[in-house]
Design a protein around this ligand. Structure first.
Ligand code: ARG
Length: 566
């Protein structure tokens, strides 16, 4: 409400900012001085008038506007005293939040955002770290989409590089077609590890691997067909995870997509005299900017990760004409992106300002750090399935007759993981604690989903009234504190989405849906909904509908669905 009154005053006062007005707005100690009081003394200088004259003028202007949430407004000795009309306020709030697609906007209309996320490394397992970029990236896509932006969802697969030379050598020496076909990535990882063990004893293996990668870069048919096979096998596993998460991409343009586009990068850098030779390799020195140099080509002339990222940027700018290009990866790639963005700046492109790296923290379980190299790897798929089966057990115990138990467990099990992942600032580490994640009463996904299902059950009990088509609802009856608190909370939705987009922070959405769920449960506890008084019943049902829509839309922005019953 304070915000509302600030807005009202802002309309009449051009000498102060919104923040200044908000800062000055007081809550008087005595009720006869209104719900809010605004002192006009600070305005005397700007308007060259006595404060009580100013307050009188502003009071008159506000009176003329007849705001339905202001019962009375008075001018007393330089103060503007505002008395709220709770009934009118409830009505104006409800009319606002019951609009279609409340929360969405078109501020992004005509603008394109590229989001580069997920991007696992072919022939390597999809671990919980990749799960984070996938979940965060998908949520950012939904948020920008809601604001009217056009989004290009890009999976920049790690499907090129010397590691494939090693894999080919390993496969030729120790692999079998049947094993790879049967076990997939697991088998590829196994022979990859073996390569490293053997290469320690026999360094010539590394030379062979380099040769095979050079062959790949030169388009050698045999090399490319083995590589393509490894890639296809890996994609089958990744796509299984995406399906489980309900996530899609517009482009699977991985690093290999740019293999014929890296020479152009080298040429452009040369034209701008940015390339310097260093021990046979070529680099862009960045010491002036306190950064290690950006490596562009290796001694053997092959391209690297950064070269392909530069090529990808030129391609994306030319193809999608993006207004923003975002990269969701772990914090450890901070330097890499700083280097790539700096090179774009040095090339004189002002759109380097539109590039952002969106880092996130680590995932850990019971205190132990997880990393790909230590062998202590947690597979994303395993975690998701474990969550689903644990939820299944809980449902089986609490609500054994629930229809579609499997489907509900999938929605809730996956939702629990996503919600936990997005409940704190990205940069904070995520800690897996099953009891916490799956608690139906805690600050969890299942709790919010359960609240949604509770709303749905209210409607079932009310005989499925089609509340959306009921006209002339008397919102004035909605004055209880917990009802007001709930609808005031829901009102924040559009601002919350905007804030989440500006900061690239899905946790702002998850905190919001949690707050709405908590407010709803308080309201549900305090106010009976299926009462005899039709007037009250319809108004309250409308509140339930607004909460229900908001929970659903809010969870959707996180990539979580809602079961109607659980
Ligand atoms: N494949 C990389 C990894 O798994 C992430 C790629 C991020 N995107 C990019 N354009 N570099 O760490």
């Amino acid at each position: 409400m304070k915000d509302r009154i600030t807005e009202v005053l802002l309309q009449e006062i051009d000498a102060l900012t919104k923040e200044e007005i908000e800062g000055l707005l007081e809550v008087p100690k005595k009720a006869d001085m209104g719900d809010y009081a605004f002192p006009c003394f600070r305005l005397a200088k700007a308007y060259r008038k006595a404060p009580n004259l100013i307050s009188q003028e502003i009071t008159e202007k506000i009176k003329e506007k007849n705001y339905d949430f202001i019962e009375k407004i008075e001018n007393v000795g330089g103060y503007i005293n505002v008395f709220l009309d709770k009934e009118g306020y409830a009505k104006s709030l409800m009319e606002k939040i019951c609009q279609d697609n409340y929360g969405s906007s078109d501020i992004g209309k005509g603008k394109t955002v590229c989001i580069d996320y997920s991007s696992p490394n072919v022939a390597k397992n999809f671990h919980v770290g990749h799960l984070r970029t996938t979940i965060i990236g998908n949520s950012l896509y939904k948020i920008f989409d809601k604001l009217g932006y056009h989004v290009e969802r890009i999976n920049h697969l790690g499907d090129w590089g010397t590691q494939f030379g090693k894999l080919i050598v390993a496969y030729k020496k120790w692999g079998s077609k049947e094993e790879v076909e049967e076990k997939g990535i697991e088998e590829l990882m196994k022979i990859y590890v073996k390569f490293h063990e053997e290469a320690e004893k026999d360094p010539s293996l590394d030379d062979q691997a380099r040769e095979w990668f050079v062959k790949m870069e030169q388009g050698d048919e045999e090399a490319l067909s083995i590589w393509q096979w490894f890639k296809d096998i890996s994609l089958v596993e990744y796509k299984r995870i995406y399906k489980l998460l309900g996530i899609e991409f517009d482009h699977y343009t991985g690093e290999s997509f740019y293999r014929d586009k890296t020479q152009a990068v080298v040429d452009t850098l040369n034209e701008h005299h940015l390339l310097v030779e260093s021990d046979g390799a070529y680099i862009v020195p960045l010491d002036e900017y306190n950064m290690a140099p950006c490596l562009i080509t290796k001694k053997d002339g092959s391209s690297i990760y950064a070269t392909r990222d530069l090529a990808a940027l030129f391609y994306r700018k030319d193809t999608y004409h993006f207004d923003k290009c975002l990269y969701v990866t772990g914090l450890e790639q901070k330097l890499h992106f700083a280097q790539v963005f700096k090179v774009i700046e040095l090339l004189g492109y002002d759109w380097y300002k539109d590039l952002d790296h969106i880092p996130y923290g680590l995932v850990s379980m019971e205190g132990g750090k997880l990393s790909t190299r230590s062998g202590n790897v947690i597979y994303a798929e395993e975690i998701l399935h474990e969550s689903i089966s644990k939820i299944y057990e809980i449902i089986n115990e609490k609500n054994p007759d629930l229809p579609d138990k499997e489907k509900v467990s999938r929605i809730v099990g996956v939702g629990a993981i996503i919600f936990n992942d997005l409940y704190n600032q990205r940069i904070k580490d995520v800690i897996f604690n099953w009891d916490k994640i799956l608690n139906f009463d805690g600050e969890t996904g299942p709790y919010v989903q359960y609240t949604y299902a509770r709303c749905a059950s209210v409607f079932r009990k009310a005989g499925n009234v089609d509340i959306d088509s009921v006209k002339d609802i008397d919102y004035k009856v909605l004055t209880e504190e917990s009802t007001m608190a709930l609808i005031k909370d829901i009102e924040r939705f559009p601002a919350v989405i905007q804030d989440a987009a500006n900061k690239y922070e899905p946790f702002i959405i998850s905190r919001f849906v949690m707050s709405v769920a908590q407010h709803f449960n308080k309201f549900y506890h305090d106010c009976q909904i299926n009462v005899d008084d039709e007037n009250v019943k319809m108004a309250r049902l409308k509140v339930v509908r607004a909460a229900m829509n908001t929970l659903k839309d809010g969870l959707d922005l996180l990539g979580i669905s809602c079961p109607e019953q659980m």
